[in-house]
Design a protein around this ligand. Structure first.
Ligand code: GMT
Length: 387
């Protein structure tokens, strides 16, 4: 058996799926005996209870008066170097390329070549930011200089190759959910607070950014609700939320929509729903569709990015061309009005989430990558996942 590793993890600690995945991965690695050092600007919001193998190192940014823009990136690189030296880290695993990959490369230059860098690409760090000419070359450098690069879908690997002309290998590491947390929760009483027993509950969870096309969520819901009595639950906050609230009022749907804001216990919230809506413009993976799948809730959404690698059209959900809200509404109605079809989809969701996107399997894929970049043999048998 190889020795446990000392791993520094950097991510955006307070928002987004990439932060959630990085934190959950750190927790699972710690459970397996590795020493995990989170190096972030605040404590990761999903960190939860105390674990003797988990440490947190806060990045403090200098606010010296000459700085118009406090140099967070340099403070992060310095902190990574300090932690790497003091804690004798084997590697830094950074999530989201900008600016984390290049900070890790700088830290490696300070700490020495023994410190390895693994970069995980999550989505808009490539699909949006790599199209920005002011950032493109520095993102490419961060990727090329990393000892290993992973991406959360095949689609994201292809986009990275195309947009940045990257020839180096990129490992595919799908996102995962912890099946001890994501399973269909009992919520009969709670559901009564939001919907009558005969009403269907549609849900959307996101950061309400333009790429999520939240206006399409409302259009799909309006069409479904015109055919069968329904409720829409919106979870999360972001720049498009006021626009969406206005649209809901204008359509006279205010009494049919619940806004829950940001929520922590996502599995409990998702268990209230019959259907998840994800009509995104861009979506490298769509973690929320996986979280829904693991709770037995099918997704109706778009074919954007990596969503088709996760949601199988006609088995665990339905996917339509981006913006085709008529087709999405038809698909939603097909599922919500056919009990047998719905229960087949629900079973398929549970099976796929817990077998293909299995936490143990994907954690061991990351371990494989770590031992590979460190030049250590890999004796870990690949786990078999079953529900
Ligand atoms: O890129 C973003 O919009 C934020 C980013 C994040 O930090 O959560 O989301 C991306 O990473 C998630 C976790 O891997 C994926 O599930 C999301 O699909 C991806 N977002 C986009 O591609 C828009």
């Amino acid at each position: 058996m190889n020795r446990p590793l000392r791993i520094g993890i950097t991510c955006y600690p307070s928002l987004g799926g990439s932060g959630v995945v990085a934190t959950e991965l750190g927790k699972l690695l710690a459970e397996k005996g590795h020493e995990i050092h989170f190096i972030t600007h605040s404590i990761p919001f999903r960190l939860g209870k105390f674990d003797r193998n988990i440490f947190y190192h806060e990045v403090e940014v200098s606010d010296y008066y000459v700085f118009r823009y406090p140099p967070y990136d340099l403070s992060l690189a310095s902190k990574m170097n300090q932690v790497a030296r003091l804690q004798k880290l084997d590697l830094l695993h950074v999530h989201y390329a900008v600016p984390h990959a290049i900070c890790a490369i700088l830290a490696k230059q300070m700490a020495g070549d023994d410190l390895k860098v693994v970069t995980t690409l999550h989505g808009t760090d490539i699909t949006v930011l790599a199209q920005d000419e002011t950032l493109k070359d520095i993102i490419r450098l961060g990727i090329r200089k990393s000892d290993a690069v992973t991406a959360v879908s095949r689609d994201l690997i292809n986009e990275t190759r195309e947009l940045l002309d990257i020839q180096e290998p990129i490992d595919l590491t799908y996102n995962f959910v912890d099946k001890r947390i994501y399973y269909p929760r009992e919520c009969t009483d709670l559901r009564r607070e939001y919907a009558e027993p005969h009403e269907k509950v549609l849900m959307h969870i996101s950061n309400f950014r333009p790429v999520k096309r939240t206006s399409d969520v409302v259009d799909v819901f309006a069409k479904v609700n015109a055919a069968i009595p329904s409720k829409l639950i919106l979870v999360g906050e972001g720049p498009d939320l006021p626009k969406i609230q206005k649209k809901i009022q204008e359509l006279g749907l205010g009494h049919r929509v619940h806004f829950l804001g940001k929520q922590d216990d996502v599995a409990q919230v998702i268990s209230l729903a019959d259907l998840m809506l994800l009509p995104s413009e861009k979506e490298s993976f769509g973690l929320v569709a996986l979280e829904a799948m693991a709770c037995g809730v099918p997704t109706v959404g778009s074919v954007a990015g990596g969503i088709p690698e996760l949601v199988q059209h006609g088995k665990t959900g339905f996917l339509s061309p981006i913006g085709n809200t008529d087709d999405m509404a038809d698909n939603a109605l097909k599922l919500l009005t056919n009990k047998k079809l719905y229960s087949d989809f629900r079973e398929a969701c549970l099976h796929r989430a817990h077998n293909v996107f299995c936490d143990k399997l994907i954690t061991s894929q990351y371990e494989e990558i770590y031992y590979r970049v460190l030049g250590m043999p890999l004796p870990i048998p690949v786990p078999v996942c079953n529900i």
